[in-house]
Ligand binder design. Sequence first.
Ligand SMILES: [Zn+2]
Length: 428
Amino acid sequence: MSILIKNVLAVLEKDLDFSIEETSIYIENDIIADIGNADYNADVIIDGKNKLAIPGLINNHTHAYMSVFRNYADDLPFSQWLFDKILPIEDKLTGEDAYWGTMLGIMEMIKTGTTCFTDMYIYINETGRAVDEAGIRVCLSRGLVGTGSDEGGRRRIDEAKQEIEYWKGRGNGRISFIAAPHAPYTCDDKYLLNVIEFAKEYNLGINIHLSESRSEVVEIYDKYKCTPTEFLNKLGVFDLNTLAAHCVYLTDNDIDILAEKNVNVITCPVSNLKLGNGIAPITKLVDKGINVCLGTDGAASNNTLNLFKELQFVTLIHKGTEERADVISATEGLKFVTSNAAKALGLDDKIGKIKTGYKADIAILDIDKPQFYPRNNLLSALAYSTCGDEVCTVIVDGKILMKDNEFLTIDAEKVKYQISKIAERLLQ
Ligand SMILES: [Zn+2]
């Protein structure tokens, strides 16, 4: 299978900086085989006129099938939202619900240019099945909660191991794994040591929520007399490649630890704002050289999985709160969802760029729209003018998943029908 995207404006990377060039992109099987030469007899030719090709975006923190809880629990304080609303309804979910919920999440991600996501949840095999069928790329993780002594915690680790074994070698390498202790307040010290052992045995990184709310910081301090970041560091969690989501409340010492240990920080600005959790000190983290990425978190706390919305927030809120317009530029933000995100996953030699030899994970935007005229600076436009529904065609692993706004691997009407039925049942 070969695809030629002919005479298209493309976001390329030159010497660590983005550039926009009119070019042609030739894809052979799953790989970008050539950039710049239009003389190919490809199986599929995509006319690039008035189109912008960008590296597929990477959402490094979400819970895809939380899409079934969209707009179910809004305008509530974080602990009420989590403990009174989300956790009880999560108990009612079946594996089949998780499959359809993941499909809905994937539809929304594809529609808004996301080609890879990092997921943490419970029904991993159902999420994997949806990913496998839809053709998107994923880093999966079984959410692990427990104590060093409870049977449930041990069982969840055993299930995670079985899931990894099951998916090994499937999906042409599109499905990878990471170990996911849920958070310092849901895993005690002994359990975290068990998770580290499991991660080392399977050569996995760590995906964890960290310092998301003020109450978490207080709770950990009461229990261990240190901050959540110091707590994880003392246990050795950061000796493994770690994706730490949120990181809203950090001391200067915490920031030094995260920098020294090369922890990847996944900021989720919309979720943090919506749950009243505050604003992460992203400018400080960037200044310290920390690899910052973006996540949407689940659709129950956002309420979309649209990375363009996230990109707009992350580039705007820090300018406002710091009263400095020169912090977190459009191109800086764009790296959060492309090259930085790929680096966090250890996939920076495969995805996150439109580059010869890289995986063909590309989103194409229709820029023949008023918000893209005049074309003074299309990189700025991606952060400040794009809403996401300009994405018309999406390619992952060299396969077209959406063409001219039509899903090719997902029965969209069936997904919407099933989701409506599930929501009706859950809310009964
Ligand atoms: Zn989360």
